[in-house]
Design a binder for this molecule. Structure first.
Ligand SMILES: Cc1cc2nc3c(=O)[nH]c(=O)nc-3n(C[C@H](O)[C@H](O)[C@H](O)COP(=O)(O)OP(=O)(O)OC[C@H]3O[C@@H](n4cnc5c(N)ncnc54)[C@H](O)[C@@H]3O)c2cc1C
Ligand SMILES: NC(=O)C1=CN([C@@H]2O[C@H](COP(=O)(O)OP(=O)(O)OC[C@H]3O[C@@H](n4cnc5c(N)ncnc54)[C@H](OP(=O)(O)O)[C@@H]3O)[C@@H](O)[C@H]2O)C=CC1
Ligand SMILES: CC(C)=CCC[C@@H](C)[C@H]1CC[C@H]2C3=C(CC[C@]12C)[C@@]1(C)CC[C@H](O)C[C@@H]1CC3
Length: 516
């Protein structure tokens, strides 16, 4: 690992030494303290949710919580709309490496108290949830009742509000699109305190303006989301690819959204040539005894990405049956591959059997306790980027990621993008298959510089009509951002809904200088 990087940011020898210790021995704090704390937190929260469902108190509480938000907004209006409005959710809880600076002098609106599932409508096939509801909560609630979300992003702590006002993608996305595309209605509170129900056929301009807007148009207080029936297992086929061009061709062929027996598509690259495409299908389980059932979510099981690599090293193609919830949260246990730097022995068999029942540490707790020295090191050599590019540009994109950051595994997740009004509007097609190329981890690439390298990646993404996920560090200028995202509808909606003096501009929320 490259502890020293650019000339302008060279740490002293003493700093290097402290960084080294903090980086390699962070587990000394994480294992005995954060793991039990995370486990305790999850157990208590889970217990609380079960009680709330059992007594069905959420719908009444929702009305009270929304009223409180409206009162806060009334007071802010009465006081002369003096500061900008943001969500009260504290920075350490959000699923991004950064803490929001734009919240410091802003008025914080209590949307963070909204974390319950409100209604399951099996006739309309929808679930209504408050914005703070997490993917972990939804998968547990829905799967036990025989349903699931068509797109269920894999990290347990991602929230409905964050995935709509930011964005969300997952292995069901090649068929159903992004998280926003499975939403059928939003309940929102505007800056003047008005409560609105927004549907594509009643208020379609607002409906399309909300996704990706980062909470700069209105406050989301509930979302209605499509559900589909599910089965107990995912029959997962692992297919090895041996060259980059084979990966790109095969992934393009496999990402056929009309294919009847594929429900999930995802791929991992383990180096520039070797990769694995995973095709999943809902299944009732194996037909014969000799087929493999692999409950990968159990505490003693290997980290998923290491399991995939082991499989393709042994066999060109294999099939396993994975319990559905284990499949969805397959990357949670190892936080993709980030945990290997934090608990280097986390995948060791002894650790797994003895301690991994408390894993993973909560991302929010890791974020809140990242020491400053480590933050500096991460600032210099940690990459966290998801670039969304047309699938036909995948080869070029991987070439560039390899040249610039060379972090493996690399996550590839195809998704269907239908041109709709809004920030993600396609400029040159009615619909297109895109792919999320995700790089997460510490790079030791010579010449890597967080700003200059990210700008080169961003420039490539703009040149192919791609998009950058906005939870990541963004170094684009305001004009470059407007080139990547279509602000036409967004700007009109901000003007017509009196948002300009009420909320920060989206660029000021997502740009690097808006975050610490
Ligand atoms: C349902 C709905 C209702 C709306 N109602 C209103 C309304 O009542 N009043 C109102 O003012 N707005 C309204 N809008 C906002 C709307 O986004 C814009 O007014 C509208 O998009 C203007 O363009 P258009 O529809 O003709 O074409 P669009 O297809 O939206 O054209 C805009 C496209 O052209 C591209 N473009 C624009 N300028 C350039 C350029 N110089 N060079 C290259 N490309 C460029 C943009 O990238 C964008 O993709 C509404 C939007 C929606 C979705
Ligand atoms: N598989 C995937 O798709 C993954 C996605 N992510 C990214 O993580 C983020 C989600 O993380 P999460 O912690 O859930 O969300 P965050 O708290 O990070 O929220 C993301 C954005 O949505 C806004 N927002 C959240 N709730 C509301 C609301 N009720 N009303 C209005 N605006 C709201 C926030 O505004 P404010 O700044 O005011 O709080 C913020 O700008 C997304 O940006 C997503 O792209 C990360 C990992 C995986
Ligand atoms: C699948 C998609 C689209 C994105 C996955 C992104 C995640 C891998 C990152 C989102 C937030 C990140 C954080 C960390 C690791 C990578 C993420 C989970 C840390 C846990 C790394 C260690 C630091 O001390 C705290 C970080 C918090 C955020």
């Amino acid at each position: 690992m490259n502890l020293v990087d650019e000339k302008d940011e060279k740490p002293t020898r003493w700093e290097k030494c402290v960084e080294f210790i903090m980086f390699h021995f962070r587990w000394v704090f994480v294992v005995p303290f954060l793991l039990p704390l995370s486990f305790l937190f999850n157990t208590v929260f889970d217990f609380r949710n079960r009680i709330v469902h059992a007594v069905n108190s959420a719908p009444n509480a929702h009305v009270r919580k929304v009223k409180h938000i409206q009162e806060q907004l009334k007071e802010w209006n009465d006081n002369g709309r003096k500061s900008k409005l943001v969500n009260a959710r504290p920075g350490w809880l959000t699923m991004s490496f950064r803490f929001p600076l734009y919240k410091e002098n802003a008025t914080k609106i209590a949307t963070d108290k909204l974390f319950d599932i409100l209604d399951l409508d099996v006739e309309k096939m929808t679930v209504k949830a408050e914005p703070g509801v997490t993917m972990g909560q939804l998968s547990q609630y829905l799967i036990s009742r025989g349903y699931t979300l068509p797109v269920l992003p894999e990290l347990d702590d991602l929230t409905v509000g964050g995935l709509i006002n930011g964005c969300g993608v997952e292995s069901g996305s090649f068929k159903y699109g992004m998280f926003q595309h499975i939403c059928t209605g939003y309940e929102v509170v505007m800056s003047d305190g008005e409560l609105k129900n927004v549907y594509p056929d009643s208020d379609n301009s607002l409906f399309f303006a909300i996704p990706w807007s980062q909470g700069t148009i209105c406050f989301l207080v509930a979302a209605t989301i499509k559900i589909i029936p599910c089965k107990k297992y995912v029959k997962l086929t692992y297919k090895k690819t041996e060259t980059l061009s084979e990966m790109c061709e095969q992934l393009t062929e496999d990402s056929d959204r009309n294919s009847e027996n594929v429900d999930f598509v995802e791929a991992l690259m383990f180096n520039k040539e070797k990769g694995c495409i995973m095709l999943g299908e809902f299944s009732d389980g194996p037909d014969t005894h000799d087929e493999v059932v692999n409950p990968i979510g159990r505490w003693y099981k290997k980290w998923f990405y290491t399991h995939v690599e082991d499989l393709i090293n042994k066999k060109h193609e294999s099939i396993e049956y994975i319990p559905l919830r284990d499949y969805y949260h397959r990357h949670s246990k190892s936080i993709f591959w980030e945990l290997r730097d934090i608990v280097p022995f986390g995948n060791n068999v002894l650790f797994r059997y003895l301690m991994a029942w408390m894993c993973p540490p909560k991302i929010a707790f890791l974020k809140a306790t990242t020491p400053n020295v480590l933050r500096k090191l991460y600032d210099r050599s940690h990459v966290l980027q998801d670039m969304l590019v047309p699938l036909d540009k995948l080869e070029e994109c991987i070439d560039l990621f390899h040249k610039e950051v060379e972090i493996y595994p690399m996550w590839l997740c195809p998704f269907y993008l239908k041109s709709q009004p809004g920030l993600m509007k396609l400029r040159n097609a009615t619909h297109k298959m895109y792919v999320d190329v995700g790089a997460y981890g510490v790079t030791s690439k010579d010449g890597y510089h967080h700003e200059r390298t990210t700008r080169r990646l961003e420039s490539f993404v703009r040149s192919v009509n791609g998009f950058q996920m906005t939870y990541a560090d963004i170094y684009m200028t305001r004009a470059e951002y407007a080139e990547m995202f279509d602000r036409t509808l967004y700007d009109w909606k901000r003007a017509s809904c009196k948002c300009i003096d009420a909320f920060p501009d989206i660029y000021d929320k997502i740009c690097r200088s808006g975050r610490r």
